[in-house]
Design a protein around this ligand. Structure first.
Ligand code: COA
Length: 249
């Protein structure tokens, strides 16, 4: 599948999705958001791919937010589908069975921070910057930032970032739990690929069940979440990976 604003490279057993609009620091217009949804759906269906990396082209940005040039002259009813599309794509990423690692190579602002939060984990270059600067434009995050940020870092710090709109360094993002690992910029992709390959080598059905249990259980009461876990746990018995893993042990 060809994309106008993305590249998708398959290096079996991993795939790399790169937002490719470097002239605008990989800002997300509606077309790019739609393409991301199509790319992740395509990769979910590709049996050769077992783990995915999302990154941005160039050295400066992962994604510098929604494309602000698309905001001018728009009305709320015209912009709601944009936010909705962002939500839908994030849900595709969270509900698919394969792990996605964001390799945050530079600015992850607004929709960039939001898309990185829809990934399973975030590895960042030491030069990366994170933030939800929408408030500075008279806006609020519209692709899940008011919700996912609080779930990841807690409501107090999330409020500080959403109300204040300030950018934070990769190191600070690591300290608050937004980022899993920080690497020197030149090593980010190599290290992220190494980790993606490790995940790709894990029993894929069990990994899918772990992801689904964690993502679907998150918003439920503990009792209901434990029921989701039980179902996903039970599903592992329907797959030959279990027999293989237990026998190997
Ligand atoms: N939407 C559209 N275009 C964007 C953009 C965005 N979110 N972010 C950057 N760009 C464009 C700039 O307009 C500029 O285009 P130009 O070369 O035609 O003038 C180009 O990308 C480079 O950006 P520039 O601002 O010159 O780089 P910088 O290094 O001085 O600053 C940022 C980088 C990320 C701090 C700055 O671009 C910025 O604040 N961007 C907006 C971030 C934002 O508010 N995101 C949330 C949107 S809801």
């Amino acid at each position: 599948m060809e994309f106008k604003n993305l590249t998708v490279e398959i290096e079996k057993p991993i795939a790399i999705v790169t937002v490719n609009r470097p002239k605008v620091l990989n800002a997300l217009n509606l077309e790019t958001v739609s393409e991301l949804g199509a790319a992740f759906s395509m990769l979910e269906a590709n049996a050769d791919v077992r783990a995915i990396i999302m990154t941005g082209s160039g050295e400066k940005a992962f994604v510098a937010g929604a494309d602000i040039t698309e905001f001018r002259g728009k009305t709320a009813p015209e912009m709601i589908p944009f936010a909705k599309k962002g939500h839908d794509v994030a849900r595709i990423m969270e509900s698919m069975g394969k792990p996605i690692i964001a390799a945050v190579n530079g600015y992850a602002l607004g929709g960039g921070c939001e898309m990185s939060m829809a990934c399973d984990m975030r590895f960042a270059a030491d030069t990366a910057k994170f933030g939800q600067p929408e408030i500075l434009l008279g806006l609020i995050p519209g692709m899940g930032g008011t919700q996912r940020l609080a779930r990841l870092v807690g409501p107090g710090i999330a409020r500080e970032l959403v109300y204040g709109g300030e950018q934070i360094t990769a190191q600070r993002a690591y300290e608050i739990g937004l980022v899993n690992r920080v690497y020197p910029a030149a090593q980010l992709m190599e290290e992220t690929k190494k980790f993606a390959l490790k995940l790709a080598a894990k029993p894929s059905h069990a990994l899918k069940m772990a992801k689904l249990a964690m993502n679907y259980g998150y918003d439920l009461s503990l009792d209901n979440a434990l029921m989701v876990e039980t179902q996903c746990f039970a599903q592992c018995w329907s797959h030959p990976d279990l027999e293989e893993g237990v026998s190997a042990f």
